[in-house]
Unconditional design. Structure first.
Length: 190
């Protein structure tokens, strides 16, 4: 089984509740590390501006680039559910390495502000998942723009769209995400 996120780009208002809920739940201190990020995509111009938002957790790729990039094997992919986890005790730290961050096209590996901070990232709220609960970002989203579960269930429920405004699907890595993209007006697509 492979777990996946679903993101409805038409519902997201860019409120950052998912970001705050994630930082709070995981005790990630204020600073540069954020396991869930929200990007604002602006296109077009008056009278037809276009704004969309994109959430970026770790997409727990089916073939994650970060795993082979780690020289000490601190990053692994769980066989039972496809969650990509990091052993922060084994990580060499940002002052010595950062190869995982360079390898990931989605910027999922995060480093705190402290000296030689070790890598941290979204772990699909592993402890919540094992209790039968959804990740905190999903549970906290007031617009219900997020969902999570086995990729087969996400595809059955929401379809198989792998593209969204601001996101490029990597065919080799196969990020575990399904989208409902926000349609761009014809004037913006030109």
């Amino acid at each position: 089984m492979q777990l996946a996120f679903y993101f409805d780009q038409t519902r997201c208002t860019g409120c950052y509740t998912c970001v705050v809920a994630c930082k709070d739940w995981h005790d990630v201190p204020a600073g540069p590390a954020s396991w869930m990020r929200v990007s604002t995509i602006e296109k077009g111009r008056y009278p037809e501006p276009f704004v969309a938002f994109l959430v970026t957790p770790c997409y727990h790729c089916q073939e994650p680039a970060c795993v082979p990039a780690c020289p000490v094997g601190a990053i692994t992919k769980r066989a039972k559910d496809g969650i990509v986890i990091v052993d922060r005790e084994a990580c060499l730290g940002k002052d010595s390495c950062q190869l995982c961050l360079e390898a990931c096209p989605y910027g999922a590996p995060q480093f705190g502000a402290e000296e030689n901070a070790t890598m941290q990232k979204c772990d699909f709220c592993l402890e919540r998942w094992e209790e039968g609960k959804l990740p905190i970002c999903v549970a906290g989203c007031p617009m219900r723009a997020l969902d999570a579960g086995p990729v087969s269930e996400m595809e059955a429920r929401y379809g198989q769209v792998r593209r969204a405004v601001g996101f490029t699907y990597d065919e080799k890595l196969r990020p575990s995400v399904v989208f409902k993209p926000k349609p761009e007006p014809a004037a913006v697509q030109r």
